[in-house]
Design a binder for this molecule. Structure first.
Ligand code: ATP
Ligand code: MG
Length: 943
């Protein structure tokens, strides 16, 4: 048969498109990221253009990777990427993350029955990004037929588009407009210079001259009209006689639409005798992953006849050989053959394929695919296969797993003896559904498991609680767990776990008494069971709780016990309880056991494999952000938050992402300033605060801090005074909130509150005796005193703050205290001390690369210099404060009375007055009164 396309291999009528594609390829060759999106109706030439793009990129030395989705195999997870990436071995095999990702893809494509499910999907996504990043040179990733792509492939594509790897990468996607892969389309960059959008139009009549050089103008017109310029139709009509063509008139779409096309395409099978047409149909059923024996089995023909039929199809061009086996020349042809086979035969064909693969222990995903298309109601074996396939995909491709599980649940016989199995399947479904972000739906599914038999029901209760926690619905979680606990009286790891979960919930709710009670009960059960990991968890929660109640001694005792137990347990046993290291590390950091805190945090993160799947993961990450910020490792803190939000296994938990970002706000503030931090807060936290009390406090405190530094003192105060706050504790926001409140009040000239609050703050902090909190309290006191001109009194507080912060290993805070000291010295006219402190502050900020703070310090330095020179000009002038005290003294008040009225110590008043006497050159109060009257200084308004 004459094939116009092979005779004229050139691509026609796409000059404009190719020009734009070439430009994108050129940009990528220069190391940039570009996308090309190609869309248009079936047969219009998307695949062809994509191939041409690949050819051109290949000529420029790109590594070209291409994968495509197929119409009937949407339950093969990552099929598009498996095809694109597996033939390609990474040149950096020592990059562990990239290698693990590639291995996971390979094991998925093989459908390994025992996948090493040590990787979750976000880890996988990151690994793939990494893979594309470490590859040398430019890359073209071509993804075809995305309208058919499996959910995991789509998600991964979205991920790569939104967070493209660094370096020269071209991502080209092709898809039909229906069904539109909306997520991917939305993730494409919109900027013209970054993205090329090609909506392919029909070929024009003049283009046909190149395609059919032998044909006259009349025939070309007929061809163009009949095909409506669709290249696939042109191909199919190339051999039709003029009279046939004349009978067809295309409108915007080719005449007859898909049905007529189907007829045209099926004519390609005419080379086969009727009895061998089944081979073509069997190939359509088997798909690209087929093998000769499988196709023969499905077709119910001998292998020899099957091979012969395939050869003939190949010679005719309907089928082409691939690396693995054979595939149809065009997906539309495969679809036509598949449909022609008829529903009944097809279903039996899938059934035969499944039976064959089951007997030969074929890849379980492939097996599950055929089972899904043929399983009958009540087929226990089918349900078991689907369940098994889903179990292997739960972590890595939850969307696919939930599809398989739903079918499995549908076909599982409704027999009493299968209840336990049904519960296990529902439990798995709930996990899969939650993992794709449908938290509420997952909780609904669990409702069917809760009344069922133990232990699945207890597991369901634990998981339901995790979900509720992720939704911020702590009361619901508590309620459910308490009910389950009443039902099951015996001690077992599950009930001990429930008690632990309850204690964790209570801690989040800041309900200390309850938390204490539950953690103690858990400890007792863990003791009875001899379960050391659980006991360690209980101690860690007791430590947290003691710290929350400001019982430092108790906290220390439980930290000690938790450490001893946890250090003695093997990793494998500890892994499910890795969350215990989050509260432990947090309390340790507050107790200034810094090395121990770092070690435990690292241990916890290592145990969960830095993975989002473990419910302890987000909590560990939040603690990590807090500790890194305190250590001044600001960029690392922001990166940890980013990763936590990205890797969170439960993408729809606002509760969680909001808290993670709230924790990162101070780091963002010191790095990029209040405007950037405010914008981030708007975008990532939004108006809805986390619902659990503890996290809500953390969020409000950090939002208030940003407001304060943005000069939005009223907003800051509003944040601090609204809503309930727990009392001052070792791990809560209390001391810090009070400190910020005092300083904001001072800015508002609310002298009374400012002095009172900062004074109370110091008393509270002393009661706790923790360095960092003492630092915060003294710092606030110093700032308030400075605001009122109390330089003498402010100095020792600022210097105490610097020391406490230094002891607590908090360089940013120490730097800020040093900056305050420098200001005080400048106001006191002590340039040398000022310069010393400035240098120290600068060094601290520089160590932490705190760009915004460095910039602020530079500005402050100018102000300090100005203040010094002003003082030099008017040596005898009274300061604001001195004037105030002088008038009070002049009006007859004693030092003690003045001190009381201004919330100062009598000693300070005395010092001020001494300076006033010196400056005004007077010796007594009587003289002072006279001098003041001479100078026309009005009597003091009371504050
Ligand atoms: N511009 C062109 N010049 C020459 N031949 C073309 C052109 N565009 C497409 N073809 C040929 O037309 C046929 C159909 O094109 P192609 O497979 O690229 O369509 P498609 O848009 O990918 O269809 P589908 O939506 O079904 O995937 C192929 O044989 C292809 O080689
Ligand atoms: Mg195509």
């Amino acid at each position: 048969m004459h094939d116009p396309f092979s005779a004229s291999p050139g691509l026609i009528g796409r000059a404009t498109e190719l020009g734009r594609v070439d430009r994108a390829v050129g940009d990528v060759a220069a190391g940039r990221f570009r996308t090309v999106s190609i869309t248009g109706s079936p047969g219009i030439g998307k695949t062809r253009l994509l191939a041409e793009l690949g050819r051109r990129a290949g000529e420029r030395g790109f590594a070209v990777m291409s994968g495509r989705a197929t119409e009937f195999e949407r339950c093969f997870p990552f099929a598009v990427y498996v095809e694109a990436l597996t033939p390609w071995s990474p040149p950096h095999p020592d990059d562990a993350e990239a290698r693990a990702a590639l291995e996971t893809l390979v094991s998925i494509s093989r459908g390994d029955r025992e996948p090493e499910a040590s990787i979750d999907r976000y880890r996988l996504y990151r690994g793939i990004r990494r893979l594309l990043e470490v590859a040398p040179g430019s890359i073209a990733l071509l993804l075809d037929d995305l309208h058919w792509a499996d959910q995991p492939s789509l998600e991964l594509t979205e991920y790569l588009l939104r967070k493209p790897p660094r370096g020269g990468l071209l991502v080209a996607v092709a898809y039909r407009p229906a069904p539109l892969p909306t997520g991917v389309v939305a993730a494409l960059p919109q900027a013209d210079d970054q993205a090329v959008f090609l909506d392919l139009r029909p070929l024009e009549e003049k283009d046909l001259a190149e395609l059919f050089p032998g044909a006259g103008a009349h025939r070309r017109r007929l061809l163009h009209r009949a095909s409506a310029g669709n290249p696939l139709y042109l191909h199919a009509l190339a051999d039709a006689g003029d009279s046939v063509l004349a009978g067809l008139t295309g409108g915007e779409y080719p005449v007859g639409g898909p049905r007529a096309l189907q007829g045209l395409l099926l004519a390609e099978l005419d080379v086969l005798p009727h009895d061998l047409r089944r081979v073509a149909q069997a190939l359509a059923v088997a798909g690209d992953q087929a093998s000769l024996d499988l196709v023969a089995w499905i077709a119910e023909t001998g292998e020899e006849e099957t091979a012969d039929a395939l050869d003939r199809l190949c010679a005719q061009g309907a089928v082409v050989p691939t690396d693995a086996f054979f595939t149809f020349r065009h997906p539309l042809l495969r679809a036509a053959v598949y449909r022609e086979a008829g529903m009944g035969w097809r279903t039996r064909a899938h059934e035969r394929a499944a039976a064959y693969l089951d007997a030969h222990r074929g890849p379980v995903t492939l097996l599950a695919h055929h089972v899904q298309r043929s399983a009958r109601q009540g087929d226990e074996r089918a349900a078991a296969i689907l369940h098994e396939a889903a179990a292997g995909l739960l972590d890595v491709a939850p969307a696919t797993a939930s599809r398989l599980l739903r079918t499995a649940l549908r076909v599982l016989p409704a027999r009493e003896d299968l209840t336990a199995r049904r519960m296990t399947m529902l439990m798995a479904l709930a996990r899969a559904v939650a993992a794709v972000g449908e938290l509420a739906e997952s909780r609904e599914i669990l409702k069917a498991v809760l009344p069922g038999p133990e232990p699945t029901s207890l597991e369901a209760a634990g998981f339901a609680s995790v979900l509720s926690r992720l939704m911020g619905d702590l009361d619901a979680a508590k309620h459910l767990l308490a009910r389950m606990l009443n039902r099951s009286a015996d001690s077992c790891p599950h009930t001990a776990n429930i008690l632990i979960e309850l204690a964790a919930l209570d801690s989040l709710r800041l309900d200390s008494d309850e938390a204490w009670r539950h953690a103690l009960a858990a400890l007792e059960q863990a003791g009875e069971l001899g379960h050391e990991a659980l006991a360690a968890t209980a101690h860690s929660l007791l430590a947290l709780n003691a710290a929350q109640q400001a019982r430092i001694g108790d906290a220390e005792v439980h930290v000690e016990r938790a450490t001893r137990l946890a250090d003695g347990v093997a990793d494998a046993e500890l892994r499910p309880h890795a969350a215990l290291f989050a509260p432990l590390a947090l309390v340790e950091a507050q107790l200034n056991l810094r090395d121990q805190a770092a070690r435990h945090l690292a241990k916890g993160l290592e145990l969960v494999g830095y993975q989002g799947l473990n419910p302890g993961f987000p909590f560990l990450r939040i603690v990590e952000v807090v500790l890194l910020t305190r250590e001044g490792r600001l960029s690392a803190a922001v990166a940890a938050a980013e990763e936590a939000a990205e890797l969170a296994a439960f993408p729809n938990s606002h509760e969680l992402t909001a808290t993670v970002w709230a924790a990162a706000l101070p780091a963002l503030l010191w790095l990029d300033g209040p405007q950037a931090a405010l914008a981030a807060a708007d975008r990532l936290i939004g108006p809805a605060l986390p619902r659990s009390a503890w996290w809500s406090e953390l969020t409000r405190l950090n939002l208030a801090t940003v407001d304060f530094h943005a000069g939005r003192v009223a907003a800051c105060l509003a944040q601090l005074t609204a809503g309930p706050w727990s009392p001052q504790t070792a791990v809560g926001a209390g001391i810090y909130r009070q400190a910020l409140h005092a300083v904001s009040a001072a800015r508002f000239n609310d002298l009374h509150s400012a002095l009172l609050l900062s004074d109370l703050g110091i008393a509270d902090a002393k009661g706790l005796g923790l360095d960092h909190q003492l630092g915060a309290a003294h710092m606030a006191r110093a700032e308030v005193l400075l605001q009122y001109g109390e330089l003498e009194e402010a100095l020792p507080h600022a210097s105490a703050a610097a020391t406490y912060f230094a002891d607590a290993g908090a360089p940013i805070d120490e730097g800020r205290a040093r900056q305050l000291l420098a200001t005080l010295h400048s106001r006191n006219g002590d340039p040398k001390a000022m310069r010393d402190e400035l240098a120290r502050a600068k060094a601290r900020y520089a160590e932490c690369s705190a760009a915004w703070l460095e910039k602020q310090l530079a500005k402050a330095e100018l102000r300090m210099a100005a203040s010094l020179s002003r003082q030099a000009e008017e040596p005898a002038g009274l300061s604001e404060r001195e004037r105030q005290i002088a008038t009070l003294a002049g009006s007859g008040l004693t030092n003690r009375e003045i001190a009381q009225r201004l919330y100062l110590s009598p000693k300070t008043v005395e010092a001020h007055l001494a300076r006033v006497f010196a400056k005004l050159d007077v010796r007594s109060r009587v003289e002072l009164t006279r001098r003041l009257a001479e100078e026309g200084i009005s009597p003091e308004r009371s504050p």
